[in-house]
Design a protein around this ligand. Structure first.
Ligand code: ADP
Ligand code: MG
Length: 573
């Protein structure tokens, strides 16, 4: 279990504070968002990495000359928000071109894409490479659907070296993309991790077994196997990776044998002593292999083997000097005249976290109280269901859905406390939810509220008809951005039938106060019915079979929220 913590909600923020304080010679803190390289050289393409907390030293530990210029850190196992990502870029001394490099998870993709659009609109040349190294998470042929795990360290190293060599954004993107294409990882868990403040681990590894094909967010493995010796484990790890040897592979490879947080270096070295000869037998020549705990999952015991099939260019980049708190090699040359440590991290150091959207006017309209009351009712319902939603998300996801929903909703309630017209309150609440809730659900709920605000902006009268049309518009936005269809086992399975029922009833002249509970009852029924489905999107997809029999947490929380609003609207037409 995790022994050292204060308020579990502040765990990730305190990790960041501790890190920035201990390694101030390397990094400057961007409060509540991440860190930037304190020795960032002007004029280079910026490589910025990021993801959820709980994985130290990944990824903030890799900030320094020769690797990343910035790292954005979300809450434990939760993607950072678009706002946090934006703040980190704006804390860099100059950022004309930025390559974002991060693991392929729905929440991260949504938030990095939102930040990227915002930065592009401000003239920054932004590109992204999503790491997809985990062979257990999707079959060969569907590499683009795979999630990113420990092999991301190799990809970040290669991207950072390309940038440090003066590569323009196109070159850095190409090098990172090629490194990702040629990197594969397979992992195994011996015991699960426990969130700070929780008594029980995320999932159980049955005595005498290992979980093969683990995720690094406390997701269980894709299959169990009887406990094996170090030699047998070495054979399993190498065997899974050599299966996907590219036809043009030279045989030279960057290798990372990674511990998951509670695996001793001695054990990893015992394992390496079995892996090295097997690699040789397979015609693989390891180039400066690394053995250690680099990409962890809190206190999870387990390990993974990553392999990047090198070509000449990738090999040069893998060998290039790097100097970060967690990974050092050779002596990178940092031209002091071009360095701007004094300004790195400073511009926003004391700035309050901005919430996007227009400033709130002083005059309320009739809908403003209803927005506040609805959000409060949703928060009440979700708080009561927090543990249940977390457990539901642990079945095939990362267990953070309950915590993420309450954190996002609490921020939305706070943001709506100020006075303002309905559209403005909805937009402010949406921006706050996205920022504080983060993750997939934070991004999509944030979008749902903000889009409702946009749709209501032009209305002079906000009545049932306007509200139902606004929800329909917002639900379409959620489907467009998240790309989920009905039946994919997501929140859309509750939201889409809700909208259809609401529009249908309103079209027949039913008042909103009566149409809403009917529609939310249908959403509840459909959310429960997702139990029989296999997830086709999101974090639960790689563990689709485990998910069958348990409803989708995002659909259940959607139905809970919609039902909680019914009493607030009971007298509305
Ligand atoms: P994360 O998966 O990032 O940990 P949460 O646990 O907060 O985020 O939310 C998970 C929920 O998000 C899922 O149960 C599902 O309902 C929803 N979800 C995942 N992917 C999508 C998508 N592409 N479109 C709509 N909803 C999605
Ligand atoms: Mg989750």
């Amino acid at each position: 279990m995790t022994h050292i913590y204060n308020n579990p909600d502040n765990f990730a923020a305190e990790v960041l504070n501790g890190y920035a304080s201990a390694y101030a010679r390397y990094v400057s803190a961007v409060p509540a968002a991440g860190v930037v390289n304190a020795r960032a050289q002007r004029g280079l393409t910026r490589v910025v990495v990021g993801g959820g907390g709980g994985h130290f030293p990944w990824s903030a530990g890799f900030v320094g000359p020769g690797m990343a210029d910035g790292a954005v850190m979300g809450n434990v196992f939760t993607s950072p928000s678009a706002e946090q990502i934006y703040q980190v870029i704006r804390a860099l001394p100059d950022a004309a071109s930025v390559l974002f490099c991060y693991g392929n998870y729905a929440g991260d993709v949504l938030h990095f894409n939102m930040a990227q659009e915002r930065l592009r609109s401000e003239g920054v040349d932004c590109r992204s490479v999503q790491v997809t190294d985990d062979v257990a998470s999707a079959a060969s042929g569907s590499e683009g659907q795979r999630r990113g795990i420990a092999g991301s360290m190799i990809v970040y190293k290669i991207a950072g070296a390309a940038a440090a060599a003066g590569g323009d954004i196109g070159n850095v993107e190409r090098a990172a993309g090629r490194a990702n294409e040629r990197t594969r990882t397979f992992g195994v868990a011996f015991s699960a991790c426990t969130f700070p403040g929780r008594e029980k681990p995320h999932f159980d590894v049955a005595p005498g077994t290992f979980e093969l094909g683990l995720g690094i967010h406390g997701e269980p493995g894709v299959r169990s196997a009887a406990r094996m010796s170090a030699a047998e484990l070495a054979g399993t790890l190498v065997g899974e990776l050599v299966k996907e040897r590219p036809s043009d592979a030279s045989g030279r490879a960057a290798i990372l044998l990674n511990g998951l947080g509670a695996t001793s270096q001695d054990e990893l070295l015992v394992l390496w002593s079995g892996i090295a000869p097997l690699l040789k037998d397979a015609g693989i020549d390891p180039v400066l292999p690394e053995v250690g705990e680099y990409v962890t999952s809190l206190d999870m015991a387990g390990c993974s083997l990553s392999l990047c099939w090198l070509d000449d260019e990738l090999e040069d980049l893998w060998l290039a000097p790097v100097d970060t708190p967690a990974f050092r090699r050779g002596s990178p040359v940092v031209a002091s005249a071009e360095t701007d440590a004094s300004s790195a991290g400073k511009p926003v150091a004391n700035a309050p976290r901005a919430t996007k959207g227009p400033s709130v006017s002083s005059s309320d309209d009739a809908g403003s109280d209803a927005v506040r009351a609805s959000l409060a009712a949703m928060l009440d319902a979700v708080t009561k269901a927090e543990a249940m939603l977390g457990e539901m998300d642990s079945v095939a996801g990362d267990g953070d859905h309950g915590v993420g929903m309450t954190r996002g909703l609490r921020a939305a309630v706070d943001a709506a406390r100020t006075s303002g017209r309905t559209p403005e309150l909805l937009r402010a609440a949406g921006a706050a939810w996205s920022d504080r809730g983060a993750g997939t659900s934070g991004a999509l709920w944030g979008l749902l509220l903000s889009s409702m605000g946009d749709a209501l902006d032009a209305k002079t009268v906000i009545d049932g008809a306007a509200l139902s049309k606004a929800i329909a518009h917002a639900a379409r936005q959620v489907q467009q951005v998240g790309k989920a269809e009905i039946g994919d086992k997501t929140m859309v399975d509750a939201l889409a039938p809700f909208v259809e029922s609401l529009l249908d009833a309103m079209g027949k002249g039913t008042p909103l106060g009566a149409a809403w509970p009917q529609a939310s009852a249908l959403a509840t029924e459909r959310a429960q019915a997702t139990a029989s489905l296999r997830p086709r999107l999101g974090r639960a997809r790689p563990l689709a079979e485990r998910s069958v029999g348990s409803p989708d947490p995002g659909a259940v929380s959607m139905a809970l929220c919609l039902s909680a609003v019914a009493p607030v609207l009971k007298d509305c037409n």
